[in-house]
Design a protein. Structure first.
Length: 343
């Protein structure tokens, strides 16, 4: 099988295999998280389109008054249950629309993260007896998330998703599959197909770049802000989110032009990220919204604990500055590797 042959080569040399295709999209497709069921629209023929360049060709001013009004934000975070009708953890074999050839295949090996010893014992009461054998066993080093980690990504060239309320297009969308097995031998296990499971989504979109924002009023609502509003309305507020207000006194003259914007600052927002020094998120899935302000290229990342464990394996091994680990942990990636990861 071609994929297994490519994976064996990856494990032997620890390098990524990357291919790409001319992009098309389906403008009628909508982003509909499966934990909030909605009627499925009738399929329509695919429409060819020019692949995104990373910068919006035409930008129109959108005032705060004209921006779409979305539903109230849920009080608690509701993690996505999956994507496009598939639940997290489904095997790759259950996806019938994905191409046979993976877009990228990357691998890493790690001893894992060492767990802190836990001793629960009482003398003469409930619990384990505090004998020397129990204490020595409890103090022994234990690791989690060790072994080989493989990430394979697939892209359907004709598929894109559009937010139903704001109309922001997410294209391309990349399906991610993770496999992990505890071994030191550089060979693919016989049950790899059962280990290779749906673990994340990488959804890219274009927003206004800094150079474009300089020509627009400073209160212009960007596509990045529209996507943030959509995510908050669907899943709740991200961690450490704090909305600040600002009061400005404007002239009464109706002919007064709006002040043009200066360089704006954008934050990387994360929903249920991994705790400090933790291997993975404690939620069924986490969300990251990140942006490169210079190019206007942005990403929404849905990631399960398995994808976090893969990113940790890359960073703790020989791939320091891995772009996936950097964006998930809100750290600046190595410039050269960040460019490679954005392809």
């Amino acid at each position: 099988m071609e994929f297994r042959a490519a994976l064996i080569t990856t494990l032997l040399v620890f390098v990524g295999l990357t291919t790409d295709a001319v992009a098309q999209l389906r403008p009628e497709a909508k982003l509909q998280p499966i934990h909030k069921p909605k009627p499925k629209p009738a399929p329509a023929p695919d429409a060819p389109a020019k692949p995104p360049t990373g910068v919006l060709e035409e930008v129109h001013y959108l005032s705060p008054e004209e921006a779409p009004r979305l539903d109230a934000t849920p009080r608690r975070y509701h993690p996505p249950e999956g994507f496009a009708g598939h639940d997290w953890g489904e095997t790759r074999s259950k996806f019938d629309r994905l191409p046979e050839q993976a877009l990228t295949v990357r691998a890493a090996w790690t001893r894992g993260m060492q767990r802190q010893p836990e001793i629960w014992c009482t003398e003469g009461g409930l619990g384990t007896s505090c004998n020397i054998t129990y204490i020595m066993n409890a103090m022994a080093a234990r690791f989690e998330g060790g072994g080989f980690h493989v990430l394979s990504e697939y892209k359907i060239p004709t598929q894109g998703f559009r937010f139903s309320e704001t109309g922001v297009l997410l294209f391309p969308v990349v399906y991610q599959f993770c496999a992990n097995w505890d071994s030191t031998k550089r060979e693919v296990p016989g049950n790899f197909e059962q280990l290779n499971r749906f673990c994340g989504m990488r959804l890219l979109f274009d927003t206004e770049s800094l150079s474009q924002l300089r020509t627009l009023p400073k209160d212009h609502v960007t596509r990045y802000e529209l996507v943030l509003a959509e995510l908050m309305a669907e899943f709740g507020r991200p961690a450490t989110f704090l909305k600040r207000g600002r009061v400005e006194i404007e002239p009464v003259d109706e002919n007064t032009e709006r002040e043009l914007g200066v360089d704006r600052k954008f934050s990387t927002w994360r929903w249920c990220p991994a705790a400090d020094r933790a291997l993975a998120t404690s939620c069924k899935a986490s969300i990251v919204l990140s942006l490169d302000p210079e190019s206007g290229r942005a990403v929404v990342l849905f990631s399960t604990p398995e994808l976090w464990a893969y990113a940790y394996a890359r960073e703790s091994g020989t791939f320091k500055g891995d772009p996936l680990f950097a964006v998930m942990h809100a750290r600046p990636p190595h410039k050269q590797k960040a460019q490679a990861g954005a392809q």
